[in-house]
Design a protein. Sequence first.
Length: 373
Amino acid sequence: MTNDYTRDARVILTLDAGGTNFVFSAICGQEEIVQPVRRPSHGNNLQLSLQTIVEGFRQIREKCDRDPVAISFAFPGPADYPNGVIEKLVNLPAFNGGVALGPMLQNIFHLPVYINNDGNLFGLGEAIAGFLPLVNRELEKTGSPKRFHNLVGVTLGTGFGGSVIIDGRMVVGDNSAGGEIWAMRNRLYPELSAEEGVSIRGVRHFYAELAHLDSDEVPSPEQLFRIANGEAPGNALAACQAFARMGKIAGDALAHAITLVDGLVVIGGGLAGAWQYFLPDLVQEMNSQLLLQDNRKIDRLEIRCYNYEDDQQRLKFFTGRVVDIAIPGGEARFVYDNLPRTAVGVSRLGTSKAIAIGAYVYALSQLDGQAKS
């Protein structure tokens, strides 16, 4: 996906489908051209949820000043994304059993329809127009020779979504299951998935446990953030520790992912705004150590991880470690940056916009690829 679509005049209708809300938009030239429309997802009522999707796209289409060329959007998995069939969802249980969502929309709107995982499209949007190019621009400004080409994107919210982007291309996988970080083992509770700790329900469960409350007494994550900030009544220490636990579990999962991918990490989703309470623990976990059988300690990662939201760590990340060494066989010298590293930061685009841009670029690349074949 090396084409520059910033000047493309084609319009793509998009949707960010979450477990709670559907956010509809339209993209042209990698920019939103309409005010997004937000509707409840009605995840327990298939007929109402499908009706909401159709009406949402119709409403967005009416706002556009030209006809769209395709529909491209994010939907949770598992799913057969190439065929547009949604399989069995935890966060949208009404879609269990196999729903041919893509073919349905093609029949109604008479447009090509592309569906992909929300985590994948978030990562693609951030790799094209978000965190990855931002970091590379800042590295260039500081005079650093270091540049990044790969990205792991994660969304923290109703679930724990993930994506792997290699040189601008999504790793979808042979079964549309690439980047499914949610299924990694939970660092603190090995019998559970990572998502049970890295999600809204995970943070609420931790707070209930730490504050000695029943689950139905736990406030929303937004309220927990205010409690941690001292802006609302509640157990501030328990709120801080709940987010810290989430960070530790997420950091463990990301350490596994970054070992295979070796790139930057960007975080989005509804819980990303609480980064100051979980990101330090997340990065600390990625920089932790392992034991060898003789009890010697080794760094868990071959690269150093930096918190991009921390001013001091960000400066160290940019500075790197430039060394001057002799070239064998003469007096010539070679200067290079020998600090292998990554950075973990929070989306500047916002999750829905990153997903919309990812959906836009993915659809146009698919259309252009079909035109060339």
